[in-house]
Write a protein that binds this ligand. Structure first.
Ligand code: FAD
Length: 581
């Protein structure tokens, strides 16, 4: 673009082509045009893009409207139920939101590793106070996932600052043979540290430049959400839903509880977990299984002391018939061996877990199924959480997708059922997102050559990754994908529309050393070495994770910087761009 022609000549000394044109027009006409293309709209650049203002599309229900959407029943009190109720109250405080849960049906009680988007969702969209969260839930930090995976005995890092590429992925591969020196986050993960510094003037933090997520102790987190919902006016009903009465094939009229109460709402949000009591069992949205891609169906979990050493990442370790997560809380590590019951029994899985983590607590078994339903929203039933979709926890997608689903529901909720509704666009968009996650998880299994057990042989030979086949061809043809030409990248992004994007995909493929033609480095390797040396210095001066967390506990201004500074990855500018505020 020629900046001389389109430059800000109206405000500065430089005259532009609009000035030159206006000089030739009658003064009155020139004045009127100048009034429109004023410096406030960027002068002549205003022609390129100023959107006219409209009222935002949030409408309040009309009390006189017999079809208004005013009473929302959220059925289920797991993380999906509470996060959805809080989201509705935070963004549409005029709604009557009731959460119904049954004490006799326990919540799933796992779900502790998150992604960096979730930090913004909690604080910007739900408006939860970080000081309160730190005091009550005691989160630890996740700079990314450390994979004991693929042919390299050191495994590989999947850091959240991958899109920054601050040190350089291509140089990391050229110099070290792996991707583990590509970003500051990866280097900190390798040293078990976080970007917080002890200085004579008090702690200093660079965490606002380093995207990270929370690890959340599930029991503490659910208790905290329960209290927050009460404080914000979510009505709570303790009851088991025994019957769902329909007035039409996809329209719920009312619910009947086991003790005979009748509950009636305008919209029913199904958060009943894998039971999917309303979406699947009542309005009949069919289940679409991902079993051809994801063979695991069970997990055995347990906790073990970490002796005070807190890792700044989630660990994913290859096991004989699946993989094991390691998630640090402040006091202990939480582990779970995710396995396929077709390849190992529960008892043998528990033994393998205990052998890897001596001293682990009594094993607990969790069953699940990976897949989604055909629709997330049918009639006056919208499902959020496991009741709609779930994939095994390799990339911590549970809480991520609950937050995306809740954000989507809140943003597209009509004020009246008479309005043309947006259900189908919600259904198509969220289904695409889940399907992209299915293929993303599939490439963890298809290409992991670390073990040659029957389970892993089956994964390498039979995992269905067909949804990513065209993208995998492009990868084989040249990587990193995020350095291919912009037209190709745009097409690839359409094939893989998930939170993880092309960066997430290429880290997995390069980390597992899936064959490709590497694009040549376009800078002297000395430039990369200089950046790496500087990053190493930042790491050397950083605090171990426990001390860094304690600095955030003690100095609330560090969280203020993270969430309020305009130049932060979690600040208001990015939050506004994501539609959080
Ligand atoms: P649930 O927790 O099952 O809650 C269901 C609720 O519905 C309960 O309150 C129950 O009482 C209520 N209910 C059911 N039927 C009725 C009825 N008839 N009447 C009244 N109430 C009813 N996600 C992550 O983000 N990170 C992770 O690290 C992670 N790890 C996971 C590991 C495993 C092994 C599994 C299985 C999941 C993991 N997840 C993870 C996913 C995450 O745990 C879930 O997505 C999340 O907890 C949502 O659960 P939910 O609220 O949908 O369902």
């Amino acid at each position: 673009m020629d900046h001389k022609i389109l430059g800000s000549g109206l405000g500065g000394n430089e005259r532009n082509s609009l000035d030159e044109l206006l000089d030739t027009l009658p003064a009155e006409d020139a004045g009127a045009i100048r009034g429109w293309l004023s410096p406030e709209v960027g002068g002549p650049q205003g022609l390129l893009g100023v959107l006219s203002k409209v009222q935002d599309d949030v409408r309040r229900p009309d009390p006189e409207d017999s079809d208004k959407v005013q009473r929302i029943g959220v059925i289920g009190g797991g993380t999906a139920g509470y996060l959805t109720a809080l989201a509705l109250k935070a963004q549409r405080p005029w709604l009557d939101v009731t959460l119904v849960e049954s004490k006799s049906i326990p919540i799933i009680g796992v779900g502790e590793a998150t992604v960096s988007w979730f930090v913004m969702f909690l604080h910007h969209f739900l408006g939860l106070d970080p000081d309160e969260l730190y005091a009550k839930v005691q989160p630890t930090w996740k700079l990314g996932i450390r994979f004991d995976w693929g042919p390299d005995p050191d495994g590989f890092m999947g850091p959240f600052d991958w899109s920054g590429d601050a040190v350089g992925i291509r140089g990391s591969i050229a110099e070290t043979g792996n991707i583990n020196a590509a970003t500051l986050g990866s280097l900190l993960m390798g040293a078990d540290k976080a970007a917080v510094y002890d200085t004579p003037d008090g702690p200093r933090s660079l965490m606002k430049y380093l995207p990270f997520a929370y690890h959340l102790d599930n029991a503490l987190f659910v208790r905290y959400l329960t209290e927050a919902a009460q404080a914000r006016g979510v009505e709570h009903v303790e009851a088991q839903i025994a019957d769902v009465a329909l007035s039409d094939a996809d329209w719920v009229d009312h619910l009947t509880t086991a003790d005979g109460r009748r509950l009636e709402f305008d919209l029913y949000v199904d958060c009943t977990g894998f039971r999917s009591t309303l979406l699947e069992k009542s309005v009949g949205s069919k289940f679409v299984s991902y079993a051809d891609t994801l063979f695991t169906d069970s997990a055995v979990t347990g906790n073990v002391s970490h002796g005070g050493h807190i890792m700044p990442y989630t660990r994913a370790t290859t096991m004989n018939s699946g993989w094991c997560w390691g998630i640090p809380t402040r006091d202990e590590n939480h582990h779970g061996y995710v396995y396929s019951s077709a390849f190992i029994s529960d008892d043998r899985a528990a033994e393998e877990l205990a052998k890897r983590h001596p001293g682990i607590s009594e094993p607990k078994i969790v069953r699940f199924r990976s897949g989604r339903h055909e629709q997330m929203w049918r009639g006056n039933v919208c499902a959020i959480g496991n009741s709609y979709a779930f994939v095994e926890p390799l990339e911590s997608t549970g809480l991520l997708m609950i937050s995306i689903e809740a954000l989507t529901l809140v943003s597209s909720l009509p004020a009246s059922w008479r309005e043309p509704n947006v259900r189908e666009v919600v259904n198509a968009g969220i289904a695409q997102h889940w399907d992209a996650i299915r293929w993303l998880l599939g490439i963890h299994y298809r290409y992991n050559t670390r073990l040659e057990t029957p389970f892993w042989k089956e994964c390498v030979s039979a995992t269905d990754v067909s949804g990513f086949a065209p993208l995998l061809d492009v990868y084989a043809n040249g990587a990193p994908l995020t350095r291919r030409n912009p037209v190709l990248q745009d097409l690839l992004n359409r094939l893989a529309p998930s939170y993880f994007g092309l960066f997430g995909i290429e880290y997995l493929l390069l980390g597992q050393q899936v064959p490709t033609r590497l694009l040549p480095l376009a800078e002297p390797i000395e430039d990369w070495r200089r950046r790496k040396q500087s990053a190493d210095l930042l790491v050397a001066h950083s605090l171990p994770t426990r001390q860094a967390l304690e600095a955030f506990d003690r100095y609330p201004e560090l969280n203020r910087q993270l969430l309020q500074d305009e130049d932060s990855w979690a600040g208001p500018a990015i939050a506004a761009r994501l539609g959080f505020c």
